[in-house]
Design a protein around this ligand. Structure first.
Ligand SMILES: NC(=O)c1ccc[n+]([C@@H]2O[C@H](COP(=O)([O-])OP(=O)(O)OC[C@H]3O[C@@H](n4cnc5c(N)ncnc54)[C@H](O)[C@@H]3O)[C@@H](O)[C@H]2O)c1
Length: 371
């Protein structure tokens, strides 16, 4: 239940549990705790002058301007993304979650697996690609920005060489491929290219996606279609392409969708209804495909990150410190997530360690969605 739902339920419960009495005896008949506060389940209009901050009116059904203040969207809040050319580059994680020689469960290893990561040239997709390489997989990075994907693929292989001198034969194969995940033709040709380079696919991580902020009533229809096209169609198209390959090969596999906590709660204050609905679709698509493909040994799960501090979100929040304050005030752990907080989650779900986990939604959100 969301915070707003909970408040509404509490309000309804309290108003329905009050004794029905005439106005003359109303205050005296109430338990002491209720006397100072009027409770009503009637929504209050925000443009009603009587409810301005500082109003001292206490007529039944009225409330202070603070009520609901932190649980509403605000049409004036719009997170502006930098132009493609001004986007900061993501850097691979160093020294936090990398190679080590400590004992761990063998079932977490991705040795001999081939993983595809869409949207892997930057941000969360890049860090999850790195997690899979460090866990033993070969990786195909798929992105609209092939140039950046190529640069990062080379960097991941170079990091392995630097950290494992003399192990040239074991250097993971990391390749870069162009695709617009919202286009069936583009997805199919990327999958053919990956199969030509790697020979097979065992894991898929769908991280290509984006968000933007508009009031629902002002959302340009073509942009809404694009948003759903990348976040929902893109996830679906890649998943069915990889599942067909796994079924033809008669091989088990694990598919991981990157949803968002926005698929379970409504973020505030920025308005983003279509994104929230798209991520809810992604989460339920994972459950639905998990059931449909269980017979073939294909597991499908969803990771729903909370607010993560990538180089892109860092740039946006550096320009909007007030927004950062609002976001972190709602996170029980009191801080935004680091991209590397997803490294363990993706490795677990891709590996045999999660062999009996399918159709699940793993929230990595610092506790945001449980309050
Ligand atoms: N960053 C967060 O706080 C956060 C939180 C929850 C969920 N998510 C989700 O995680 C995923 C990754 O987010 P991010 O913050 O790393 O974003 P990002 O913008 O840093 O990276 C997204 C990558 O996807 C690529 N991409 C975009 N459209 C594409 C398309 N049509 N075809 C192929 N590639 C495309 C971009 O070129 C980019 O490299 C998204 O699905 C996002 O909704 C992010």
């Amino acid at each position: 239940m969301s915070k707003t739902q909970a408040l509404r339920h509490a309000s309804r419960f309290l108003s329905s549990s009050l004794p029905r009495v005439t106005p003359a005896v109303h205050a005296a008949a109430r338990p002491a705790a209720y006397r100072s506060r009027n409770i009503s389940s009637t929504p209050v209009r925000r443009d009603d002058k009587k409810h301005d901050a500082g109003s001292t009116s206490s007529a039944p059904g009225e409330s202070g301007a603070h009520e609901g203040q932190f649980a509403r969207t605000d049409e004036s809040v719009r997170v502006e993304y930098p132009e493609e050319a001004d986007l900061p580059r993501s850097q691979p994680v160093q020294g936090r979650g990398g190679s080590h020689h400590k004992r761990t469960l063998a079932t977490f290893s991705l040795e001999d697996r081939v993983a595809v990561v869409t949207g892997g040239a930057r941000g969360l997709g890049l860090v999850m690609s790195q997690a899979m390489v460090l866990s033993g997989a070969d990786v195909a990075i798929v992105d609209l920005n092939k140039e950046e994907a190529t640069r990062q693929a080379e960097q991941l292989m170079q990091s392995f060489r630097d950290e494992n001198p003399g192990e040239e034969k074991r250097v993971p194969q990391v390749t870069a491929h162009y695709a617009d995940v919202s286009s069936p033709d583009s997805v199919n040709s990327a999958i053919s290219e990956i199969l030509a380079d790697h020979g097979k696919i065992d894991n898929l991580v769908t991280s290509a996606g984006f968000t933007e902020n508009f009031n629902a009533i002002d959302y340009p229809h073509d942009r809404m279609q694009k948003l759903w096209g990348v976040n929902v169609d893109g996830t679906y198209l890649f998943a069915i392409g990889v599942a067909k390959h796994l079924m033809e090969r008669k091989s088990p596999g694990s598919i991981i969708f990157i949803g968002s906590m926005s698929g379970a709660i409504v973020n505030v204050p920025q308005p983003q209804a279509p994104y929230n609905a798209a991520k809810a679709a992604v989460r339920h698509l994972a459950s639905s495909l998990a059931v449909e493909w269980a017979h073939a040994g294909i597991r499908v799960n969803c990771i729903s990150p909370g607010y993560m501090l990538t180089s892109l979100t860092k740039k946006i929040l550096d320009d909007n410190p007030e927004l950062q304050r609002k976001w972190t005030s709602l996170i029980p752990q009191g801080k935004m997530g680091r991209p590397e907080d997803l490294m363990g989650a993706v490795t677990f779900l891709a590996s045999d360690a999660s062999g009996y986990v399918t159709g699940a939604d793993l929230r990595v959100d610092g506790g945001y969605t449980v309050t």
